[in-house]
Design a protein around this ligand. Structure first.
Ligand code: ADP
Ligand code: ASP
Ligand code: MG
Length: 408
């Protein structure tokens, strides 16, 4: 008998028919002798709809009330799925995040799980029940409802699996695994049988929303066996996220990620002197705006240009801050562009292979795609390009690194 935590995303519970299909699948696992805990998201589109309602009232609603609001989507699906299980003859019980004591910090809309009290869930499992838990939500020390950030049900599932020491955490979604890149952008993308935690973490951080970043962090930290599978198809093995396996010859590049949520800002003609980076980025950080890539050009005439990227949602705010800084520093001008994207190639095999960057840059050049910024780390290379080149850029790199064909 195994203990399995399964998570079903928004599309997988998007209609009553789909919820009934999920109940049948869960019943299958239970009837095969497994103990099953199910984590569900809100029905697809629901969380966005709730956010839209709040925005009709205020541009800047209270973070506490936002979490009370957006957490309701998952309360609907836990009840409906439990009813569907019961209708299929399976004993089931639903719980909100607060009811199973998914304890988090108080950072509304991006809370981190600190503890889970698994007693109630274990008691139900021992009674032979399927336990259905609301994803995405928790409760802070003061009893306030919190949420874990968009896509947070993945993290709820992995955290439940870690707390229960489950044999596997299965993420059921609308694709049958993790692909070399988003199959919606490149139909030739290939499903990976395995990917390392390290690579998956990099892919997720660089924009592949198939798994929430924190869920991968959590799975790596607590060594939770994690698998991504299709909720629409039967019998596939999906993709297993594993520790690095040194016996397997690593492909140089295992995937391509991209992020559309980027914007770039430049401040030009700032004095080239100590402390200038701090004067520019200090106020940005104080406004809670996260900065991703940073470039400072070599100085000419004792002045320099400084460019960085932020989340597109923070673009306006960051630009206003930078314009103030520009006045203080007597900089020449501030320019911005929120029609850019970041495309990244990821692979642990990159460490031991020279020439990956030149292959990447050559392929983009051949298609006339201008690279606006570059950043590298041990296992990734990212470039910023104009938004209109997203599809072409991803497909060009997929081709250049032969990702449609399995390695070796
Ligand atoms: P869910 O609602 O089940 O959580 P998501 O929409 O969050 O589903 O994640 C699944 C989607 O992730 C897929 O439909 C796919 O378009 C997208 N995706 C992005 N990158 C990848 C990738 N490398 N492999 C598979 N899917 C990806
Ligand atoms: N319903 C939440 C969202 O749309 C959480 C999730 O789906 O994982 O982001
Ligand atoms: Mg998701």
């Amino acid at each position: 008998m195994a203990l399995i935590v399964q998570k079903y995303g928004g599309t997988s519970v998007g209609t009553i028919e789909r919820i009934k299909a999920v109940a049948e699948r869960v019943k299958g696992y239970r009837d095969a002798g497994n103990q099953v805990v199910v984590v569900v998201s809100a029905m697809s589109g629901e969380t966005n709809k709730l956010i839209g309602l709040a925005q009709e009232i205020s541009e800047n609603p209270s973070p506490r009330e936002m979490d009370v609001l957006v957490s309701t989507g998952e309360q609907v699906t836990i009840a409906l799925l439990s009813m569907a299980l019961q209708a299929a003859g399976v004993e089931a019980r639903s719980y909100t995040g607060a009811q199973v004591c998914i304890l988090t910090d108080a950072a509304h809309s991006k809370a981190r799980i600190s503890d889970i009290d698994d007693a109630r869930v274990r008691a139900d499992l021992n009674e032979g029940r399927v336990v259905v838990v609301a994803g995405f939500q928790g409760v802070d020390q003061q009893g306030n409802i919190t949420t874990l950030g968009r896509g947070g049900s993945d993290t709820t599932a992995v955290a439940m699996a870690a707390a229960l020491k489950a044999d596997e955490c299965q993420i059921f979604t609308d694709v049958d695994g993790v692909y070399t890149t988003d199959p919606r952008i490149e139909p030739k993308a290939r499903k990976l049988d395995r990917i390392t935690f390290e690579e998956m973490l990099e892919m997720a951080s660089l924009g592949s929303k198939v798994l929430q970043i924190r869920s991968v962090e959590f799975a790596g930290k607590y060594n939770v066996p994690l698998r991504v599978l299709s909720s629409f198809e039967e019998g596939g093995e999906g993709t297993l996220i594993t520790l690095e396996d040194e016996s397997v010859e690593q492909a140089k590049i295992s995937g391509i990620a991209f992020n559309r949520d980027e914007a770039k800002l430049s401040i030009k003609g700032v004095p080239d002197q100590p402390g200038v980076a701090f004067s520019i980025l200090g106020p940005v950080a104080r406004a809670n705006v996260e900065v991703d890539m940073i470039i400072q050009n070599i100085a000419q005439d004792d002045t320099t240009d400084f460019t960085f990227t932020v989340h597109r949602n923070d673009y306006k705010k960051a630009k206003e801050i930078l314009e103030n800084t520009a006045r203080e520093l007597k900089a020449r001008e501030v320019i911005g562009d929120d029609k850019i994207v970041k495309i990244s190639i990821v692979g642990v095999g990159m460490r031991s292979h020279a020439g990956i960057a030149s292959t990447m840059f050559e392929a983009l050049a051949r298609e006339g795609i201008n690279i606006r910024m570059i950043s590298t780390s041990e296992i990734k290379i990212s470039v910023v390009v104009d938004e209109k080149y997203l599809e072409l850029g991803v497909r060009t790199l997929h081709e250049a690194f032969n990702l449609a064909e399995a390695a070796g």
